[in-house]
Design a protein around this ligand. Sequence first.
Ligand SMILES: *Cc1c(COP(=O)(O)O)cnc(C)c1O
Length: 359
Amino acid sequence: MSRPARITIHTEALRHNLLVAKQAAPHSNIMPAVKANAYGHGMVRVATTLADLADGFIVACMSEALQLREEKITNTLLVIQGPLSLDDLKVAVEKDIRLVIHDESQLALLADFISSKPVKIALKLDTGMHRLGIESVKTKQHYSTLKALSVVHPDIWLMTHLACADDINNDYTQQQISSFNEQAQSLTCTQTIANSAGILAWPDSHKDWVRPGIMIYGSSPINDKSREDFGLRASMTFSAPLIAIHALKKGDAIGYGSTYLCPADMKVGVVACGYADGYPRHAPSGTPVFINGKTTQILGRVSMDLIVVDLSHDQLNEAKIGQLAELWGNHIDVDAIAQSAETISYELLCHAGASCKNL
Ligand SMILES: *Cc1c(COP(=O)(O)O)cnc(C)c1O
């Protein structure tokens, strides 16, 4: 099934953005996040595009890692959720997949694991996010238990994740880094902390490996900064055709709930894209959209399959049925849409990628 809305992925932009990340953290190995179908961009496509530039990839779960191995991706792979069963440990050994160990239940799994070849792991500490990770004060204890297990590969990584790195004025990040350093200090091991925000704003977080996600996908990871501020390029264009054009009169109402009333006689267009395609329903009138070389705005509520757009500007007089409107991409920063819809670019990219079958 394919609907008129479509997604175009710019592989050159993905490669460019990866180089921006490498330049920002020149002494670290780099493992882009390709979880959640590479933030809607297509996991295998992105991994294949970046395989020669990236040292590894991070994914959320085992099935994502297995799919990459099936597609002949040979880079280092790190699974954030780690093993849920002894079978996951066995498969990780067979396919050379590194697993995050973030919970004591997983330490227990490792203690029960029998294997002739060791499994590669990364021990995750909770330094303040309180989501995944073992209690940081228990790091040394767990690290030495793991070191003593012959089924655990001796190159044990130590990692943590930053909660507030998008806010450059928040010293919570420095506290998390210090707390990590305190635990890691007496252990000689491979270390990783930084997400995209860490890479661009917190050099102390760089360590041995960096883990960029959103910056690879052309969106700014730092509050109040745009992708241009970091030289990042749009990696996804989301577009859909104009399927109707109307001349409306002053006072005419547009869309469900009649939330927009034309302030004057005006020309409007109808674009074949709605929340079913991954466009955010909460984007209000005034949210930018790009048509015929001009940035204009959406009018009224976003519906399931359709959006109404303002064609009242002179330059939009020649807009024609069938012409593509850019919902986000090179001209419309996905961060602008996220801000307008009170969400984050991550969610928009994931949803459009998952909803839009014309990827
Ligand atoms: C998703 C993820 C990243 C990447 O985060 P961005 O904010 O997209 O750069 C890094 N590390 C972990 C553990 C993640 O889950």
